[in-house]
Design a protein around this ligand. Structure first.
Ligand code: FES
Length: 87
């Protein structure tokens, strides 16, 4: 049986919802696909990740990525999230 891919958790809690997580979600899906990671990392919705003041929040393993929005998601993905996913 194949190993389950590690999960990249995207907060869908109310603060992150208010901050526009539903607009960020398709951008993340596209970026993961462009990097060929969509089969190797599972993007999963999560309940509140506990950093609501710093939303929108993504978590991979024990690391959180904070203050994500539609304008910076691409840059943060390339500079912070992608290296963590590939580590
Ligand atoms: S609602 Fe997203 S961290 Fe709390």
């Amino acid at each position: 049986m194949a190993d389950t891919p590690p999960a990249l958790h995207l907060c869908m809690g109310s603060a992150c919802h208010q901050a526009g997580v539903y607009a960020v979600l398709p951008v993340l899906q596209r970026l993961l696909a462009e990097e060929g990671l969509d089969q190797r990392v599972e993007l999963k919705g999560a309940f509140c990740l506990g950093s609501c003041m710093d939303g929108i929040v993504l978590q991979f393993k024990d690391r959180q990525f904070l203050n994500i929005n539609l304008h910076n998601v691409e840059q943060k993905f390339k500079e912070e999230i992608l290296p963590a996913l590939r580590a």
